[in-house]
Design a binder for this molecule. Sequence first.
Ligand code: ADP
Ligand code: MG
Ligand code: ZN
Length: 504
Amino acid sequence: MTTTTDLVSYEDALASYDPVMGLEVHVELGTKTKMFCGCSTELGAEPNSQTCPVCLGLPGALPVVNATGVESAVKIGLALNCSIAEWCRFARKNYFYPDMPKNFQTSQYDEPIAFDGYLDVQLEDGETFRVEIERAHMEEDTGKSTHVGGATGRIHGASHSLLDYNRAGIPLIEIVTKPIVGAGERAPEVAKAYVRELREVIRALGVSEARMEMGQMRCDVNLSLMPKGADKFGTRSETKNVNSLRSVERAARFEIMRHAAVLSSGGTIVQETRHFHEDTGSTTSGRVKEEAEDYRYFPEPDLVPVAPSREWVEQIRAALPELPLARRTRLLAEWGISATDMQAILNAGALDPIVATIEAGADAASARKWWMGELARSANESGTALDELAITPQQVARVAELVAKGDLNDKLARQVIEGVLAGEGTPDEVVDKRGLKVVSDDSALGTAVDEAIAGNPGVADKIRGGKVAAAGALVGAVMKATRGQADAARVKELILEKLGVSEG
Ligand code: ADP
Ligand code: MG
Ligand code: ZN
């Protein structure tokens, strides 16, 4: 099935319309047990081995709220500058789907645990944009369906489906923004920056690893356009389960161009869910959107209300870690770097490795240099993340130390790093095994210097005649002869000494 979608160019779309966005992010919490039962949440277990009467929805089973789940929700709410409800309830969201054995999802409806907050996000150029948060509420994940036999893994064309309920009941926090207006052409960038900032906040709080590629964090992108200058929102589409930062940006961009095409040709946007396709960067129609009343929400009668005491909330607030934006702002000032430098560090995933390397004793400049230079290049080449490279921050700090002591120059240090990455051992072991040490003692260098002078009599004459700059060629020859291990500064001194000239 191929459908082509008419698009208006991005520039033309933005010339006539203002985009309005709403982002709904689901985060799977990293609790040991599920939200309403004691089943393990460990990944990778045999299908349906982590289930019980509660998460299978067997008649008469009674759920109990996971206190760590509530605490995580409060942490997230506070980090997002939200108010925390003094009293709130869970609600049943009723619908049938095979991966949801209870025939309702236990969620929160009009009484979310956290509401009315904001998150400041930073754009590529360092500018800050405030995204208002409508609510953050607790709910549970569904099971997982696998459709077998079809071409695309979709249910269409499948011969049968497999159901795994291990995921059913894993705690989720859903974080919903207020309509984001005023971002204009930067709307897709704001969407991406928001999801990235939220991911960093979640990780800093330690409530989830928030790995999008593993489905621990996913984003629904709501988007509508209104004619420039209008004050009434247009009809939105909702692109579901977008699972990478890049896709969030692309999905928003695509929907802007698609909506503009529909609207400018006199059509109307239907409120529907849509699927995003990584390969084409486009979205296709999903299902026509249910209204809230279709779910017949009602308060969950089997669970007691959640009433976090003010003392407890304040204890949690006092124990919050330094949040990512504050940390970045502090480091940027401490290191004296620009917003663009910081952005490059973030994009490379190098912030934590650099900080850890500094904590292990390296100075900030060399920690940044190695992670953003040699190591970033190496990670790029092998397609791995920086923090998955076979070198620790402690080892990088040791390399920096050897350079600072003059035992290694940059060229040798690169070889040491290469050796560590290749599994040849610690930096010191690689230095020993490969015999990589700056040679600076005169007896060892003397012979090489004599040979260089003898081999280049013309150059030597020029230097004797006062052209000190020509010494570079002889230094180069010595470096070559010593496979880069000579102390270049000392070599130059020796050459000048032997030729009887003084520098400058
Ligand atoms: P639903 O559960 O039906 O998706 P929610 O209210 O939970 O509804 O979420 C809708 C999201 O879309 C929110 O982030 C909201 O701010 C945003 N939103 C609401 N109306 C519009 C609109 N017209 N255009 C774009 N986004 C919108
Ligand atoms: Mg929604
Ligand atoms: Zn269970």
